[in-house]
Design a protein around this ligand. Structure first.
Ligand code: NAD
Ligand code: TDX
Length: 330
C-alpha cells in the first residue's frame, strides 16, 4: 500500500491512527478533514511532513472525495461528528457527516474498487444488559441520535458490500481515552476540571458503565483489520476495561490525591445508555491483535500528565465547553 486516505485524520483517533500508519509503513498519507471544532491539527504537526498531506474539505462533498479516492490504495474512514451531547442538542451535522459522508465515501470506492475500512462504535448495539458483552452477532439497536447515524452508516457499508461487492471492513470500538481528546469528552473533562480545582461532574448517579481502551490500541487494531481483515466482516475492538463513571472519577481523584468523595452529580443525559461492554475475542484470535495498555490506572495517570503538559492546547476552549454544559445543568 503506497497511498492511504484517512478521513477525519485531524481528529482525536484519526490523528493517532495517522501517526501509527506513518510509523509502521512507508505509505504516503492524505488526511481529508473539515477541521471542525473537534480537529486536533497540532497532533499532526510532529509527524513526517514529507509523507503527510492535509486536505481541508467535507467528506460529504463528492467533488472533494472522488479525486482523493482515485489516487488512494486504501481509505480509512474516521470522519464523524462524535459527541453524544452535541447530537442531542443538534443532530443535523451528525446526519450530514456520519450518514451522507459515509455514503459519499462508499460511492467513490464503488467506482474505483478501492479497499475501505469504516470506523464505527460499540454504541450501534445500544445499551448492553447487566452482564452482556457485545459480540459480532449482537443486534444493532442504537438508542440515541449519534449512535443511530453511526449504525445507519454501518448498514450502508454492509449493503454496499452485499449489493456491489465493495472491498470493505467495519470495526466497532469501545470508549477511547488518550492524548488529544477534546475536553468535552468524559475523561478529559474531568482531568481538566481537577486541574482547575473543580470536582469531577457525573451525570445522574454516575452508575453508567463504559468500556475503556487506549487510543493507541484502537489504532493498532484498525491497522491490523485494514491489513488482514476479511471483506464484509465486522471486528469488535475493546480492552475489556468496563467501569462505572463513578469508578473512573475516583481513580482520577486518587491520581490527583484528592478526597474520594469530592464529586458533583449533575443533570443526566436524556436516554443515557447504562452499559457498553465489548468482547474482542474475534480480533484477538483471528488477527492476533492484543491491547498493550492493560493497566487503566497507569494509563489514566499518563493521560493526566499529558493534559498538564498540554494546557496551552485545551485551555482556550475549556471555558466555552463548561459554559455549554452549565447551560444544560451539567
Ligand atoms: P473527533 O470528534 O475527535 O474527530 C472527528 C474528526 O472528523 C475531526 O477532525 C473533524 O474535524 C472531522 N470531521 C467532522 N466532520 C467532518 C466532515 N464533514 N468532513 C471531514 N471531516 C470531518 O472524533 P474521534 O473521537 O476521533 O472519533 C473518530 C471516529 O471513531 C468516529 O467515526 C467515531 O464515531 C469513532 N469512534 C470513537 C470513539 C471514541 O471513544 N471517541 C469510540 C469508538 C468509535
Ligand atoms: O461530564 C460528563 N459526565 C459524565 O458522567 C461527561 C462528558 C460524560 N459523562 C458520562 C456519559 C457516559 O456515560 O461519561 C460517559 C462517557 O461519556 P462521553 O465521553 O461523552 O462518551 P460516550 O457518550 O460513552 O461516547 C463515546 O464512546 C463511544 C464517544 O464520545 C463516542 O464517539 C464513541 O462512539
Amino acid at each position: 500500500m503506497e497511498r492511504l486516505l484517512v478521513t477525519g485524520g485531524a481528529g482525536f483517533i484519526g490523528a493517532n491512527f495517522v501517526a501509527h500508519a506513518l510509523a509502521h509503513s512507508e505509505a504516503r498519507v492524505t488526511v481529508l478533514d473539515k477541521l471542525t471544532y473537534a480537529a486536533t491539527r497540532e497532533a499532526l504537526d510532529s509527524l513526517p511532513g514529507d509523507r503527510l498531506e492535509l486536505v481541508v474539505g467535507d467528506v460529504a462533498d463528492a467533488g472533494v472525495v472522488g479525486p482523493l479516492v482515485d489516487v488512494a490504495d486504501a481509505v480509512v474512514h474516521f470522519a464523524a461528528e462524535s459527541h453524544n451531547d452535541n447530537a442531542l442538542a443538534d443532530p443535523s451535522p451528525f446526519v450530514s457527516t456520519n450518514l451522507v459522508g459515509t455514503f459519499t465515501v462508499l460511492e467513490a470506492v464503488r467506482r474505483t474498487g478501492t479497499r475501505l475500512h469504516h470506523v464505527s462504535t460499540d454504541e450501534v448495539y445500544g445499551e448492553a444488559a447487566a452482564d452482556e458483552w457485545f459480540t459480532e452477532s449482537s443486534s444493532y439497536a442504537p438508542s440515541n441520535p449519534y449512535a443511530a447515524t453511526k449504525a445507519g452508516a454501518d448498514h450502508l457499508v454492509r449493503a454496499w458490500v452485499h449489493s456491489y461487492g465493495i472491498d470493505a471492513t467495519i470495526s466497532t470500538c469501545a470508549n477511547n481515552y488518550g492524548p488529544w481528546q477534546h475536553v468535552e469528552k468524559f475523561i478529559p473533562r474531568q482531568i481538566t476540571n481537577l486541574i482547575d480545582g473543580q470536582p469531577p461532574k457525573l451525570y445522574g448517579a454516575g452508575r453508567q458503565q463504559r468500556d475503556w481502551i487506549h487510543v493507541a490500541d484502537h489504532s493498532a487494531a484498525v491497522w491490523q483489520v485494514l491489513a488482514e481483515g476479511r471483506v464484509g466482516e465486522t471486528y469488535l475492538i475493546g480492552a475489556e476495561e468496563v467501569h462505572t463513571n463513578l469508578e473512573i472519577a475516583r481513580m482520577l481523584l486518587e491520581i490527583f490525591e484528592r478526597d474520594p468523595g469530592e464529586l458533583e452529580f449533575v443533570a443526566d443525559r436524556p436516554g443515557h445508555d447504562q452499559r457498553y461492554a465489548t468482547d474482542p475475542t474475534k480480533v484477538r484470535t483471528e488477527l492476533g491483535w492484543t491491547p498493550t495498555h492493560t493497566d487503566l490506572s497507569s494509563g489514566l495517570a499518563a493521560c493526566v500528565d499529558w493534559y498538564r503538559e498540554h494546557e496551552s492546547w485545551w485551555r482556550p476552549v475549556k471555558a466555552g465547553v463548561e459554559a455549554r454544559y452549565a447551560a444544560r445543568g451539567q
